[in-house]
Design a protein around this ligand. Sequence first.
Ligand code: GRF
Length: 210
Amino acid sequence: MNGERQYRLGVLGSGKGSNLAAIADACAAGRVPAEVTLVLSDVPDAGILARGRERGLRAEHLAPGKFRTKLDEEAERRYVAALREAGVDLVVLAGFMRILKGDFLGAFPQRVINIHPSLLPSFPGLEAWRQALEYGVKVTGCTVHLADPGVDTGPILAQQAVPVLDGDTAATLHERIQQAERELYPAVIGALARGEIQVQGRRVTGFRGS
Ligand code: GRF
């Protein structure tokens, strides 16, 4: 490091944390010029908190409040305050299973990104790999996009294709998509940290691939 301030990531997740692990490892190895300064989860025993702590990262459970699919107002304020206090430049959603509303997104304009396990706009919503398999597409993949108040609708930053193979099950296809996620997400974060990606409305340019 040359003493310059690192680009700071706050990572939010509810699940096992394979994307966090890939991102944190890419940062630690110097492949991504950024650091994970905070990991937050709405699930007290989520793997993502363990993956963070194993790597010496600050990783905290923050209760989501009274709703099932979103943060309540009080919880949203606590999430925003924690991320601001950690000085994050980019909020990285990595399997965070709650919809974030305008107030949260407004606190980090154009600074909240998500990864979704399909080639959007196909198969938004839950278990996108299963939707793709059942539909019968031959190619699916993963998408990194800016979060907006819709479900998986924000401007697309980058995508990586994954073939659907004869004999795939939901589990084998999901695992192949997750491998692609572990390449694509760190690559996009690196490009954002280096200021290479330009966003004008839905038109996004500058990403050169993972
Ligand atoms: C990923 O498959 C991502 O596409 C989806 O949630 C999953 C999180 O997995 N949004 P992990 O917790 O990073 O292993």
